[in-house]
Design a protein around this ligand. Structure first.
Ligand code: GAL
Length: 418
């Protein structure tokens, strides 16, 4: 009897729990934030939603830069069962909106006054036909190099500002028996390093011509040949286990002092933070040679799919509202390594690297030097981006000459545009 009562109570409490959850609304959230820093950051959104009584159903698909997550999203959408919210960026937002499957977030945007708070360059990416269909989360900077000062000290090397100084430092680190560059050989990581070199070698105008306008003569130019030459030379200073390595494992090599530097966006800072490391003491962030005045930006965002259930709708809108709330913008971005995407956020909780990023973002926005990241879906169409990725990865993993690579790049982009 006692046992029966116990199971009845258990069953009733399950029903109560279920009823509460259903009333409060559930959001199933697709994302690819599975590394230490990324997971710590996304956990904060889950907590805030749960504090408002909603349920978070995690749909995490591992894989840097989200290629696996996007495949999973498409297959769920095709079977008529998309998640409530999904991490989707750049031009893909427009593509999903064009299918007519996204929730219009204008009511939240108006109530929360998003328009004056979010920079126009970001808001334009989040809107479709003038309506908000995505919520921006942060601003990441791509053109960073993460350095271990102890490795440099042991090798007698100094922090580089030019490419010549960079290769001089690599030589010293290698001679001292350490790995100069921690590298992950995956197409998106290769493209991430490569686009920073494009900015560093060619400057703002060249970057915009090639990575945003996909101008064929510029893609085939001597400047692009120089970019490929530098990219090839960097490979000499990576280790033999680089192919296929995940980006966060490459960051761990710098954290542990096995390697001197890593080219990576500032989600790498999230890994240093998660490991309890402090910038200026345990590690330093330098801008990639030649890019001190450049800011390659990458904005994360969420789209919400149209749902019928009224409570799920409420949970979706709560998620959208929370993402741009000042409290979330602080706690998320401190963990993620990025900077807030909206204005009016206190600077005090952020570290020196984030503060520099904030200043540089504002300064570059004024001088017109903001560069949308090609590798992270802020610039060209998915087809052109795919063509660029193919040439970059084929070049990096073969003995193709820099001259051929530049020619092939222009041709592949031309075809992708047709
Ligand atoms: C980027 C994304 C970042 C970070 C990175 C590695 O595309 O914008 O937030 O997660 O991929 O996964």
């Amino acid at each position: 009897m006692k046992r029966t009562m116990k199971s009845v109570i258990a069953a009733l409490s399950m029903i109560a729990l279920f009823a509460f959850n259903a009333a409060a609304g559930e959001v199933e959230v697709l994302h690819w934030w599975t590394s230490g820093g990324e997971a710590a950051a996304v956990q904060e959104l889950k907590k805030m939603l749960q504090n408002e009584g909603h349920t978070w159903k995690d749909f995490a698909v591992a894989g840097g830069a989200g290629a696996n997550a996007m495949t999973a999203l498409k297959s769920r959408a095709v079977s008529g069962n998309p998640p409530t919210a999904a991490q989707v960026k750049g031009p893909q937002i427009q593509e999903w909106a064009d299918l007519g499957v996204l929730t219009n977030l204008d009511d939240v945007a108006q109530a929360e006054n998003w328009d004056p708070l979010v920079p126009k360059v970001v808001a334009d990416i989040m809107k479709f036909n003038g309506q908000w269909v995505a919520v921006p989360v942060n601003v990441h900077r791509i053109n960073w190099m993460w350095c271990n000062p102890e490795v440099f000290r042991k090798a007698g090397a100094k922090y580089p500002q030019t490419w010549d100084e960079f290769f001089a430092a690599c030589e010293k680190i290698q001679k001292a028996g350490m790995i100069p560059v921690a590298f992950g050989g995956q197409p998106w990581q290769e493209a991430t390093a490569w686009e920073s070199i494009v900015a560093g070698v060619g400057g703002t105008d060249f970057y915009i011509k090639t990575m945003v306008r996909a101008d064929e003569p510029s893609l085939a130019s001597d400047t692009m040949v120089k970019v490929f030459e530098i990219f090839r030379k960097i490979k000499k200073y990576t280790d033999k286990n680089a192919p296929g390595r995940d980006w966060n494992l490459a960051t761990a090599m710098v954290i542990k002092g096995e390697a001197g530097m890593q080219f990576m966006g500032d989600w790498a800072k999230g890994e240093f933070t998660a490991a309890g490391k402090v910038p200026g003491k345990d590690y330093d962030a330098l801008t990639v040679p030649g890019t001190a005045d450049a800011f390659l930006f990458n904005v994360d965002s969420f789209i919400m799919f149209e749902v019928k259930d009224a409570e799920a709708k409420k949970a979706q809108k709560a998620m959208a509202r929370l993402i741009l709330s000042p409290d979330f913008q602080i706690v998320f971005n401190v963990n993620k390594g990025s900077i807030p995407v909206r204005s009016g956020i206190a600077e005090e909780p952020f570290d020196a690297v984030a503060l520099k990023s904030m200043q540089d973002f504002a300064a570059t926005a004024r001088t017109g030097g903001l560069m949308p990241s090609m590798a992270h879906e802020m610039a060209v169409s998915p087809a052109v981006r795919g063509a660029m990725f193919d040439v970059v990865t084929n070049f990096y993993n073969s003995s193709m000459s820099p001259q051929d690579a530049a020619q092939k790049l222009a041709m592949a982009v031309k075809e992708a545009k047709m």
